[in-house]
Design a protein around this ligand. Structure first.
Ligand code: PEP
Length: 258
């Protein structure tokens, strides 16, 4: 059975109540008009979860299912306790958060998040009924050294090791670090090759590997989305910059709905 694609926006540390309202009003109007045949999520900074939760509630289709899902950009690896500044998976669940990005390269780079920590964050999310969007991807230096495959396999192996058979419940995102926010996109063929490697690794871990959505992220935009999303193992996109522009985000959603 053909699975629906997932288009997930990552606002990063951008937004304000006013700007979010303008953006989300336009996105909701576009979604209601077109009823796209793909899943949609927006991963927003913690202070805006409640504001965007309202849009999730208002986006229900005829069957009562939200067309737009609420996502967070991180989650704690701990259940509860003395972890100042952290936000737990159960707190996110109370806000009806459906997705949480874990292991984004900006967190791996600026917050020194290890493969093991990312795997624990995915585990906490899954235990609370939140789908983790687990990011993997190689840096430019690793890319140039021909280490892409070994890096993404190592990153995914940690998540498989910690999460066992639950691995079929995650969303995986291949995000080459050299393509994030740079305007430099992996070619569809380059991305497909890495996605195929990741799919094979998932297949060795679970008989349900085909269920796992593998997103591509890294300067996906309105112009290049269709060719990337046309690849057999690219099941959607994790979109940074272009998710802050409603017309571009809606064009990507349309490209994922064919
Ligand atoms: C991201 O932040 O995950 C991302 C892919 O950003 P951009 O689309 O801006 O490259």
């Amino acid at each position: 059975m053909k699975k629906n694609k997932l288009i997930a926006g990552n606002w990063k540390m951008n937004g304000s109540f006013g700007a979010n309202q303008r953006l989300m009003d336009e996105i909701l109007t576009g979604i209601e008009a077109r009823k796209p045949a793909c899943e949609i999520a927006v991963c927003v900074p913690f202070p805006y979860l409640v504001q965007v939760q309202d849009y999730q509630d208002r986006s229900r289709d005829d069957s009562g299912e939200p067309m737009l899902h609420l996502g967070a950009q991180d989650v704690s690896a701990h259940k509860a306790g003395a972890y100042t500044g952290e936000v737990s998976a159960s707190m996110l669940r109370e806000l009806n958060v459906a997705y949480a990005i874990v292991g984004h390269s900006e967190r791996r780079q600026y917050h020194f998040e290890s493969d093991a920590l990312v795997a624990e964050k995915a585990q906490q999310a899954l235990a609370a009924g939140i789908t983790p969007i687990v990011c993997v991807g190689e840096t430019l230096a690793e890319h140039e050294a021909g280490q892409t495959e070994s890096v993404v396999k190592r990153q995914l192996a940690a998540v498989i090791h910690t999460n066992g058979h639950c691995i079929s419940e995650i969303v995986l995102a291949y995000e080459p670090v050299w393509a994030i926010g740079t305007g430099q996109t992996a070619t569809p063929e380059q991305a497909q090759a890495v996605h195929a490697v990741l799919r094979a690794q998932l297949k060795a871990a679970t008989e349900h590997a085909d269920r796992v959505k593998i997103l591509y992220g890294g300067s996906m935009n309105a112009a290049n989305a269709a060719s990337l999303l046309g690849q057999p193992d690219i099941d959607g996109g994790l979109i940074g910059g272009a998710s802050l522009k409603a017309p571009d985000f809606l064009t990507i959603i349309a490209a994922a709905s064919v």
